[in-house]
Ligand binder design. Structure first.
Ligand SMILES: [Zn+2]
Length: 285
């Protein structure tokens, strides 16, 4: 993902201006996309990035370019640090803005000073020219919300669908079964465009969602194919299934693989000899 370049500021539609979060990395690609949403002088800031010092001047340029004079409020797709981490700096610069997200008590406890407001499934954040409807889509994170931009029937997909790379399902707080259900729910919404939290705009939303769902099913098939040859531990499975990927990504791949195995275990298709221990072996049920 590293190496893909995107402009710091770009206008993707009359309602959507993107300011890059200035936090490129192996896992964030070109960095977090932070969005100014709306058409009026006050706009919603969706996901203010990670909180790196270079971001505020970029946000300021994006506001100028968009004709946005004030930030109305901050709305978050979820509480991962590359999305919520920038809130404090933005509030220091622009005042005590309201911040809304879907609740995740364990994580939200670290941000008590932000006085987070609850945004539930189906709840709406509105500004001139834009209506954002929250769609609770857990799996990547328990508090994950996507937002349907009703005026464009476009989807802000957060980390559920990316313009570059694929979504990591963390071992601690992620859930692959929930994630696949969330993708199916998004496909039902048939969004035209997708504005992801990382990488460029996706022009054909349903095609991308189908590709994501097919990708996970293909991984599952590959993992089962390894186990058909005999019991194997996660690192062995990763070596075979992710042979084409740089080893730096294998730790993330191990998380995804464990998630697949847990889902298959719940479905009664595999069983674990040693739980999630690295040496624990998995076999077909
Ligand atoms: Zn995330």
């Amino acid at each position: 993902m590293l190496g893909m370049r995107m402009p710091d500021v770009d206008v993707w539609s009359e309602r959507v201006t993107v300011a890059l979060g200035q936090n490129p990395s192996m896992f964030t690609g070109p960095g977090t996309n932070t969005y100014l949403v709306g058409t009026g002088p006050e706009r919603i800031l969706l996901d203010p990035g990670q909180g790196v010092p270079g971001y505020l001047p970029v946000l300021e340029r994006a506001m100028e370019r968009a004709g946005c004079r004030r930030i109305q409020e901050i709305v978050l797709t979820h509480g991962h640090p590359d999305h919520i981490g920038g809130v404090r700096a933005v509030r220091e610069r622009y005042g005590k803005l309201r911040v809304s997200k879907f609740p995740w008590p364990e994580s939200d406890a670290h941000y008590a000073d932000l006085e987070l407001e609850l945004l539930g499934d189906g709840a709406v954040a509105r500004t001139e020219g834009a209506t954002l409807r929250g769609v609770h889509t857990p799996g990547h994170a328990p508090d994950h919300l996507c937002f349907l931009l009703e005026e464009e029937r476009a989807l802000f997909s957060g980390d559920n669908v990316l313009g570059v790379g694929t979504t990591v399902i963390p071992n601690q707080s992620g859930d692959l079964g929930q994630y696949l259900a969330s993708l199916a729910r998004l496909l039902e919404l048939a969004p035209r465009r997708i504005y992801p939290a990382h990488g460029p705009v996706i022009e054909d939303g349903p095609a991308k969602l189908r590709e994501y769902i097919a990708h996970r099913h293909e991984r599952e098939r590959q993992i089962l194919a390894v186990l058909e040859r005999g019991p194997a531990a996660v690192p062995e499975i990763v070596k075979l299934v992710y042979a084409a990927y740089p080893e730096a990504l294998h730790a993330a791949a191990a998380q995804s693989t464990t998630q697949h195995l847990r889902k298959l275990e719940r479905e009664g298709r595999v069983r674990s000899g040693g739980g999630d221990a690295p040496a624990g072996r998995w076999s077909l049920a």
